[in-house]
Design a protein around this ligand. Sequence first.
Ligand code: NIG
Ligand code: FE
Length: 418
Amino acid sequence: MSTRDSEYGGNDSELTAVVHDAAEIVTVEEDGSLGIYEDAAVAVVDGKVARIGATGPVTREYPPEDARLSVDASGKAVIPGFIDSHTHALFAGDRSDEFEAKLRGKTYQEILSEGGGILRTVRAVREASDEELLSNLVSQLDTMLAHGTTTVEIKSGYGLDTETELRMLKVIARADDRHAVDVIPTFMGAHAIPENRDADDYVDEVVEEQIPAVAEQGIAQFCDVFCEEGVFSVEQSRRVLRAGKEYGMTPKVHAEELAHIGGTQLAAELGATSADHLLYATEEDVEAVVESSVVPVLLPGTAFGLGAEFADARAFLDAGAPVAVATDFNPNCYSQSMGFAASLSCVEMGMTPAEALVAGTKHAGMALDMEDGSGTLQPGTSGDIAVLDAPSYVHVPYNFGVNAVETVLKGGEVVHRV
Ligand code: NIG
Ligand code: FE
C-alpha cells in the first residue's frame, strides 16, 4: 500500500485505484448525455472518483504504481456500475415450472388465482429459516455483482404478515452489511392479498400493524404497493402509501403492469419517487409523470417473460422523462442481468444504447432518491465501476445474453474479477 501525504487532497488520503489505458471511459453528464473519454484513465482517491481523462495526464498526477490497486484496461470500456432500481431478489423455492405453464398459455393472473405465483413464494419464504434466506440472497447478490450491479433495491413482500415481512427486511439489512453490493430496502407488504383474506381487511393490517412495525425498526426506505386489477385498487393503494409516508417511507407504485387502473396518477398525486412497469400507461400518464417528477421505471424483462407488449419507452423519453430501466428480478422474471435489460430496452423498446446505459445508472439512482451523483462516475462520486471485456459500452446491449462485465470496483476496491 502506498500513501503519499497531502498529495491526493488531504493528509490521510489514499490513492485507492487507478484504472488506466481504457479504450473508453463513459460518464453520465448533468443533462443525461454520455461523456466518452478515449484512451482514458480514472483515479479513485479514498473510494471516490478524483479525476477522469486521457491516460497520460491522469497517470502523471495519479501514478498507478502509487495506487493500492491498478487495473490495466487496455482495449476495454469502463462504465459506471449499474444501479438495479427494482427487484424482488429475496425469495425461496423454485417456480421454473410456472415458466413452462406460461409458455403453454397460462396467464400470470391465472397462476396467482390458483395459489401459485407470489402466493407460492410466500409459502416458501415463511417456511425458510433466516439463514436460508440470507444465503439465497447473498448468492443472488454475487450474480448481480458479476453482471456489473453495484447498488440494488430489494423489496419485501413475500411475507404478507408482520413477522415474515420484518424477517425479510432484517435479512435484507444483513445482506447489505455483509455484501459489497449496496442494498436499498423497500417494504412491500401490499404485494398480494394473502390466501383466505379479504383485501380491505388485509390493507387494515398493512396500515395499522405492518407499517408501524417496520418504521419502528427503521429498516425500509420506500413503501411499494401492487396497484393492479384483482390485487390492490387505487383507493387501497392510496391508503397503504399514505400510511407509509406518515411513517417516513417514500412511496413507489407497481403501476399499469397487467392492466390500466390508475396507479401512475396515484404515484403523481402522492409525489412517489417512481412508478414502475407502466406497460399499459396512457398519454395522460406520461404527462402526469413528467409534471410531477416521478421517475418512470421500465422493466422489459417482465414483458419479455410474460410475452406481453413492452412499455412505450419512447413516449416517456420524448416527453423528457428520466426513464430508468431495471431487472425486476423475481421468480416470475428470472434475470439478474442489467445487460439483458439493456438489450431488451434497445431491441424491444426503441431505446439507444446510450439511453439504456443512462437508464441503468444515473436515472436508476434518481428512482432511488440517490442525490449523490450515483451512477454518473463524475468526480466526487463513489468509485463504483464496471470494466467490460469489450471496447465500447455499446457491447452491453449488443452482446445480448452474454455478460460483458469483467471486473467490478465498489468504492475503488475490486469486488469482482473474472
Ligand atoms: O414486479 N407485480 C408484482 N411483483 C412482481 C412479481 C413478483 C412475483 O411474481 O413473484 C413484479 O412483476
Ligand atoms: Fe416488481
